[in-house]
Design a protein around this ligand. Structure first.
Ligand code: LMR
Length: 437
């Protein structure tokens, strides 16, 4: 029978909740955090943490061949039914997924999708590393408890922390959701700076401790510029690996086109969102297709496409905030799932998806060195390539210029955070951040 040993009986306040999760609490210095060494069948479990010995039960499970479970991490090792696992022999290697803003509404939808297997598949065990703030640490414990109570077989480890260096350790995916929303009396420039600092720090943390091939999806707004700041602060991670989420805009655009054409939205394909996730974004009806046909052949009302459709997609986030009194959360989490799936499954032939990526070497003539949403395809290996066979007309070019100008202005405004000198903040007055009305 495996026996639990306590290596450091002085480390306090870290809670061992029960059978499945290990928690890293803000109150515990990093060197004292609970870590659980893999259990070996014939060895004793070693827990390097100070939970009072009488709080931990001797695990009931009998452990067999240590080689059969090389990826056994955390307290899960004490409880998981190794025998059943051996019977399936189909588990993949555990992946580490870091999520910031983990106590927020978007995460509250997303984490349960991740843990259920609906994102990475039914054979893919995951570890969730949850980043919160001092203010949200209690709520984060609540999130972790709900994850625990959900008994997800694929969820092998959960940690919570307010330290990005802990949360991003070996992360293979980093879903950066946490950011300060713009509130009354906060200038746009100030918001860019406040959020920019968060993403500069997170970029540095990713650079220091994440997997060298981590895929980063920035959701916190203004997500394009936050992604740029993040990648500039992570020079050892390929810039190509950073994304700004514009998949929600793509989904919104597909829905509006489907409604207008009177078809279900699965008939809409090749939908590009160009540019910034803001009111200057460009939903591209020139290249999109409905039932395989160019949109303009199906929807003859071109004035509607240029005006109503475009504005509806651009302002959908703001309208939702007015209705809900807060940002979209469920549909955002669905679109994060879509964005991940688009990178880990081959793109259907002839189709593409939109994501905000680094413009270096883009074939469209868009300014280099910004994060701009563009059409991409993936082989399903986590990587992507830009789609070359797209067409442009004057209308599209003019719209692209506007969203590009906004991003270039935002970039100048955060120059102090990207290592490019002194910030000069002259944001175009007729453009708006996501959520502004
Ligand atoms: C959305 O598009 O729904 C959000 O990005 C809006 C926001 O500012 O939170």
């Amino acid at each position: 029978m495996a026996v639990t040993q306590f290596k450091n009986p002085t480390c306090s306040k870290t809670q061992l909740y029960s059978s499945q999760l290990s928690f890293l609490s803000k109150t515990v210095p990093r060197r004292h955090h609970c870590t659980f060494a893999p259990l070996h069948r014939t060895q004793h479990a070693r827990i390097s943490c100070s939970v009072a010995p009488n709080q931990v039960q001797v695990p009931a499970a009998q452990f067999q061949d240590p080689k059969s479970k090389p990826d056994c991490y955390g307290v899960f090792c004490l409880t998981y039914d190794l025998k059943a696992e051996e019977e399936t022999k189909s588990w993949k290697k555990l992946i580490n997924i870091a999520v910031s803003g983990a106590a927020g509404m978007i995460s509250n939808h997303l984490l349960f999708k991740l843990a259920s297997g609906e994102v990475f598949g039914p054979n893919q065990p995951i570890a969730l590393k949850l980043l919160g703030s001092e203010r949200s640490i209690q709520a984060l414990e609540g999130v972790a408890m709900e994850l625990e109570d959900s008994l997800f077989p694929l969820l092998r480890e959960v940690i919570i922390s307010i330290d990005p260096y802990e949360v991003f350790q070996d992360a293979e995916w980093a879903l950066l959701i946490g950011a300060k929303p713009r509130g009354p009396g906060i200038e746009r420039a100030a918001l860019l700076d406040i959020n920019g600092q968060i993403f500069a720090e997170q970029g540095q943390a990713l650079n220091a401790v994440a997997s060298r091939n981590v895929k980063v999806i920035v959701v916190g707004n203004p997500c394009n510029t936050n992604a740029l700041i993040c990648l500039k602060n992570a020079p050892n991670i390929p810039a190509k690996n950073f994304h700004a989420l514009t998949r929600l805009d793509e989904n919104r655009a597909k829905c509006q086109l489907a409604l207008k054409a009177g078809v279900f939205y699965d008939k809409v394909s090749n939908m590009t969102i160009w540019g910034n996730h803001s009111t200057t974004q460009v939903p591209d009806f020139l290249n999109a297709r409905i039932d395989g046909l160019p949109v303009k052949e199906v929807i003859k009302d071109h004035k509607w496409l240029e005006e109503e459709f475009t504005e509806k997609v651009q302002k959908r986030g703001g309208v939702l905030i007015q209705k809900w009194g807060r940002s979209s959360a469920a549909s955002t989490s669905v679109s994060i799932v879509d964005a991940i799936r688009s990178l880990i499954t081959p793109t259907p032939k002839g189709d593409w998806f939109s994501t905000g990526v680094y413009t270096s070497g883009n074939p469209y003539g868009i300014a280099e060195d910004i994060v701009f949403s563009m059409p991409c395809r993936s082989k399903g290996d986590g990587d992507y390539e830009l789609v070359k066979d797209v067409i442009f007309d004057d209308y599209l070019r003019q719209k692209l210029a506007k969203t590009e100008a906004e991003l270039l202005a935002e970039k100048k405004c955060v120059a102090h955070l990207t290592g490019e000198g002194i910030a000069v903040c002259e944001l175009p007055g007729d453009t708006m951040l996501p959520g502004e009305m």
